[in-house]
Design a protein around this ligand. Structure first.
Ligand SMILES: Nc1ncnc2c1ncn2[C@@H]1O[C@H](COP(=O)(O)OP(=O)(O)OP(=O)(O)O)[C@@H](O)[C@H]1O
Ligand SMILES: [Mg+2]
Length: 394
């Protein structure tokens, strides 16, 4: 989609979504470090996906973002509040900015859908019942659940429960929405509908989205940015153009859903075993690009087209802002990533980037990647994968 420079510029600072800046966050339970020194910025209004093998602490990360779990160190800044350190009352206030779709939907089994979805409004606001009703019915319609108000969670399908959880996550008009595996347990067609719903929602409300998913199709087509948790650290976080065609062994293994590679069934593999597996894979012809393995069979280019909002809906403001953000960062990327990003930019933005009109970003200095996991060892020593803030942003 080509967007004029003017369209990018008309976005006023007041209606920009909210940024979530995580800095050197570490979380352990007892002596078990879940992840260490995680640094990333969720750019306002953009959609980011967090990938990672089971048990790497993705749900723990989401719960830390909303202050349900206390990190050992580091900060989570949203609207100048540090979630990791603020008072209980400030946390209660700030939490209202978030909408969360928990991994299991987390609906109250004895309440019908209407009451479930109305719950945050009744709990956190003083709205009259007629206002509550209007909002609840509006959100239910948004997620395609009209008419199901009286049903109990046990009487509806798993897909409907997910959508009810999503409607409940939306009632407080959140500025940040966290989705914990919204697509797990759904059939592929429903996943496709849900993905479209997520993109449409983002276009309509311009909130900042973070989605934890194991669905490679979702990872390939929905987000602006992707991150990968692996071996107790954030192995990478960056634009889709950087991650999706990545040659990094752990990324390739994950996106292709294959056994060969550094990710093991329950524990880490040793280097010799990984090397032997990779050699055998190469001997069989390897995988030509990401997304062709058993779990990633969606074919096509290494950077597949991104889902766009349904016709008739507004354009995604986050996607527009992102174009300028990545145009400013072009010099930080490797040539292939830079080329893929250039291909997604409108001509006038490209011309600006090439003419040196943008102040160089002071981001990660081009390093969006943690060191090769093997070089880090299993101590969980920190490294960062930052997505630099947009230069001129207020
Ligand atoms: N409240 C808790 N107390 C102690 N350990 C916990 C707690 N919550 C999570 N853990 C541990 O933290 C680790 C990460 O768990 P988490 O649920 O975040 O994984 P995940 O990446 O979301 O996995 P999945 O993809 O299977 O959902 C696990 O080893 C888990 O046992
Ligand atoms: Mg989880």
């Amino acid at each position: 989609m080509r967007v004029s420079r003017d369209a990018v510029r008309t976005k006023g600072a007041s209606d920009v979504g909210v940024e979530v800046a995580v800095h050197e966050l570490t979380k352990s339970f007892g002596r078990q470090t879940i992840w260490g020194d995680v640094t990333l910025t969720l750019p306002p209004g953009e959609v980011s996906v967090l990938l990672g093998p089971s048990g790497t602490g993705k749900s723990v990360f989401l719960k830390s973002l909303i202050g349900l779990l206390k990190p050992d160190k580091g900060s989570i800044i949203i609207r100048d509040v540090d979630i990791a350190r603020c008072s209980e009352s400030k946390l209660y206030e700030t939490r209202k900015l978030f909408g969360v779709l928990f991994q299991d939907g987390a609906l109250f089994g004895s309440m019908n859908l209407f009451d479930n979805i109305a719950f945050p409004l009744r709990e956190h606001t003083k709205k009259s019942e007629s206002e509550v009703k209007k909002i609840v019915l509006d959100k239910m319609e948004m997620v395609g659940l009209q008419g199901a108000e009286g049903k109990l969670p046990g009487e509806i399908s798993g897909g409907m429960r997910k959508r009810a959880g999503l409607a409940r996550a939306l009632v407080l008009d959140p500025e940040v929405i966290l989705f914990d595996e919204p697509d797990s347990g759904l059939d592929p067609v429903r996943v496709a509908y849900l993905n479209q719903l997520i993109v449409d929602l983002n276009a309509q409300i311009d909130a900042t989205f973070l989605i934890v998913t194991h669905d490679i199709g979702t990872a390939r087509t929905v987000p602006d940015n992707l991150g990968l948790l692996f071996r107790r650290q954030l192995a990478m976080f960056g634009p889709r153009e950087q991650l999706l065609p990545s040659q990094e062994s752990v990324v390739r293994q994950f996106l292709n859903g294959r056994r060969e590679g550094p990710i093991g069934m329950s524990e880490e593999k040793d280097v010799a075993q990984v090397e032997a597996e990779m050699a055998a894979l190469e001997a069989r012809g390897g995988d030509s690009h990401n997304g062709v393995g058993p779990k990633g069979a969606s074919g096509g280019d290494a950077v597949p087209p991104q889902l766009e909002p349904t016709e008739g809906l507004p354009e995604r403001q986050g996607a527009r802002r992102r174009q300028e953000r990545v145009a400013r960062m072009l010099h930080e990327f490797d040539p292939d990533t830079a080329e893929a990003i250039r291909a997604s930019l409108p001509d006038d933005l490209l011309a600006q980037a090439d003419s040196g009109a943008f102040e160089p970003t002071q981001g990660a200095g081009g390093r969006h990647w943690a060191p090769e996991p093997d070089a880090v060892g299993s101590t969980g020593r920190g490294s960062t994968a930052t997505l630099p803030r947009q230069g001129g942003e207020a």
